[in-house]
Design a binder for this molecule. Structure first.
Ligand code: PLP
Length: 418
C-alpha cells in the first residue's frame, strides 16, 4: 500500500515525456525526424514531391536498385541453418576469397557480426578485449559484448586518425592471469574506416604494428571493417592487403555497398565453425537467406568500384565548404579520405543542430533563389561537428544542390546578423 502510494507520487513528480518527435524538434534536431518519418509534424524524406531531399545522414539509407532486386527475386535458396542455401554458400566463398581469409559467414548485421567475433575470440568469462574509446563497438553497440557475451572491455584513446598509441595499447594488456583478481586480455579490436573520426583509413604500417604487438602477447586482432571496402578503395589496394594483418574481420554489405541487409564475418576456418554456433545462439541463423545473399554477391562484385564516386563527392562538398562566402565552415581536408565528412561551424552563435535544422528544411525565399526547395539531411556529430555521408543514392548533381543549399543557408545567416 505504502509502496504503491510512494511509486504513484514519484512517478507523478516526473514530467510526462513528450513524443520523441516533439522532443527533438524542441532541440532543433532535424536528424531525429528520421525515426519518426511519416508521423504528423515530422515529414519524412521525399514526402513533398516538389522538394528534393539529399539524404546525407548515413550510407545505411541506400535502397536496392532494379538489378539488385532482380537478383534477389531470382536467387536459388535453401535452408541456410542446414548449410543448404547455394546462394549463401557462394557469397561466403566469394567474400573469403576477396578478403584473403580461409572462410566467411553471412550474418544479419554489423553489430551481430562484431558480437560473434568477440564471443569466439573471448571464450571464457572474464576474458577482456581492448577497444578504441571512440569505436563503434564501444560507443554504439549497447555494450553487447558485456551484456550478452560476458566479456570485459578496456579502452585505449582513439586518435583523430582512428589509430591508437601503441605504447598505451601495450600498457593495457593484463599480465595477472591466473591470479583471480584480473581479467585475461584476449583480443584487440580496430575500426577501419573509422566512423566517428570521419571515415578515416587506418594506415597499413599501424595495422602491421598492432599485429606484431598482438603476436608478441598471444592476442587476436579483429577489425570492425564495416567500411573496409572504402578503406581499400582509398588506399588503392585489395582488401586482402589490409586484412593480412588481421585475424578476423567484419565487413558490412548494407552500407556503401548498397545491400538491404547483411554483413560478412571472415577469418580462419575453425573461427568460422565456432562463429556458426554463436550466430545460432544469438538468433542470427537465417533460413532461405539466399534472397539476401544474392544482393550481397552483387555488392561485392559490382558496387566496390563506385565507392570512389562517393569519396569524390564528399571531397567536392568539403572543398565547397571551405570556399563558402561568408566563411562559416571549418574542414580539415587531409581528414577527408572516404565517404564520411566531418566539419565544424566557425561562428559560435550557430550550433550544429541549428545548421542541420536549417539545411533540413525549405527556407523562406529558397525556391526562388535555388529554383527548387532542397532538404539536406545531416546529423550533428561528436565534438560539436556535423557529419555528412555519401552513398550510391547521392549523385554529383545532388552534391551540387547540397552545396547551393549550404551557400544559401550561410547567406541567410549573414543577412540575419547584419
Ligand atoms: C563502424 C561500424 N561498425 C559496425 C556498425 C554496425 O552495423 P549494423 O548497423 O549493421 O549493425 C556500424 C553501423 O553504422 C558502423 O558504422
Amino acid at each position: 500500500m505504502f509502496l504503491k502510494a510512494f511509486s504513484c507520487r514519484v512517478l507523478a513528480s516526473f514530467p510526462r515525456r513528450k513524443p520523441l518527435c516533439a522532443q527533438y524538434a524542441a532541440l532543433g534536431h532535424p536528424k531525429r525526424s528520421y525515426y519518426n518519418a511519416g508521423k504528423p509534424g515530422c515529414p519524412g524524406p521525399g514526402e513533398a514531391a516538389h522538394v528534393r531531399v539529399v539524404d546525407l545522414r548515413s550510407d545505411t539509407v541506400t535502397k536496392p536498385g532494379p538489378a539488385m532486386r532482380q537478383a534477389m527475386a531470382q536467387a536459388e535458396v535453401g535452408d541456410d541453418v542446414m548449410g543448404e542455401d547455394p546462394t549463401v554458400n557462394e557469397l561466403q566463398k566469394l567474400a573469403a576469397e576477396m578478403f584473403g581469409m580461409e572462410a566467411s559467414l553471412f550474418v544479419p548485421s554489423g553489430t551481430m557480426s562484431n558480437l560473434i567475433a568477440v564471443m569466439v575470440h573471448c571464450r571464457e568469462r572474464s576474458d577482456e578485449m581492448i577497444v578504441g574509446d571512440l569505436s563503434h563497438m564501444h560507443i554504439y553497440e549497447q555494450g553487447g559484448s558485456a551484456q550478452l557475451a560476458g566479456v570485459h572491455a578496456t579502452t585505449v584513446t582513439t586518435r583523430p586518425d582512428g589509430t591508437f598509441d601503441l605504447k598505451q595499447l601495450e600498457s593495457k594488456i593484463r599480465h595477472g592471469y591466473p591470479d583471480p583478481h584480473y581479467p585475461r586480455t584476449r583480443l584487440i579490436c580496430v575500426e577501419n574506416t573509422h566512423n566517428i573520426q570521419g571515415g578515416r583509413v587506418l594506415p597499413l604500417p599501424f595495422l602491421q604494428e598492432v599485429r606484431a604487438l598482438a603476436d608478441r602477447y598471444g592476442l587476436s586482432v579483429h577489425m570492425d571493417g564495416a567500411r573496409l571496402m572504402n578503406a581499400a578503395v582509398a588506399l588503392g589496394v585489395p582488401p586482402s592487403s589490409i586484412l593480412q594483418h588481421m585475424h578476423t574481420v567484419s565487413v558490412c554489405l548494407s552500407k556503401g555497398l548498397g545491400s538491404p541487409v547483411g554483413t560478412m564475418l571472415a577469418g580462419p576456418r575453425d573461427f568460422i565453425s565456432r562463429a556458426v554456433r554463436c550466430r545460432k545462439a544469438v538468433g542470427g541463423g537465417m533460413r532461405q537467406a539466399g534472397v539476401l545473399a544474392a544482393a550481397g554477391k552483387l555488392s561485392l562484385l559490382e558496387m566496390v568500384g563506385r565507392l570512389e564516386d562517393d569519396h569524390h563527392n564528399a571531397k567536392t562538398f568539403a572543398l565547397a565548404l571551405l570556399d563558402c562566402e561568408p566563411s562559416l565552415f571549418d574542414v580539415d581536408m587531409s581528414a577527408v579520405e572516404t565517404n564520411i565528412l566531418r566539419f565544424r561551424i566557425k561562428d559560435p552563435a550557430l550550433s550544429p543542430p541549428e545548421v542541420c535544422a536549417l539545411m533540413g528544411q525549405v527556407g523562406e525565399g529558397e525556391e526562388a533563389a535555388l529554383g527548387q526547395g532542397v532538404r539536406v539531411l545531416m546529423f550533428p556529430h561528436y565534438e560539436n561537428s556535423i557529419r555528412a555521408v555519401w552513398h550510391l543514392g547521392i549523385s554529383p548533381e545532388d552534391t551540387q544542390l547540397a552545396i547551393k543549399k549550404m551557400q544559401f543557408v550561410a547567406g541567410q545567416h549573414l543577412n540575419s546578423r547584419t
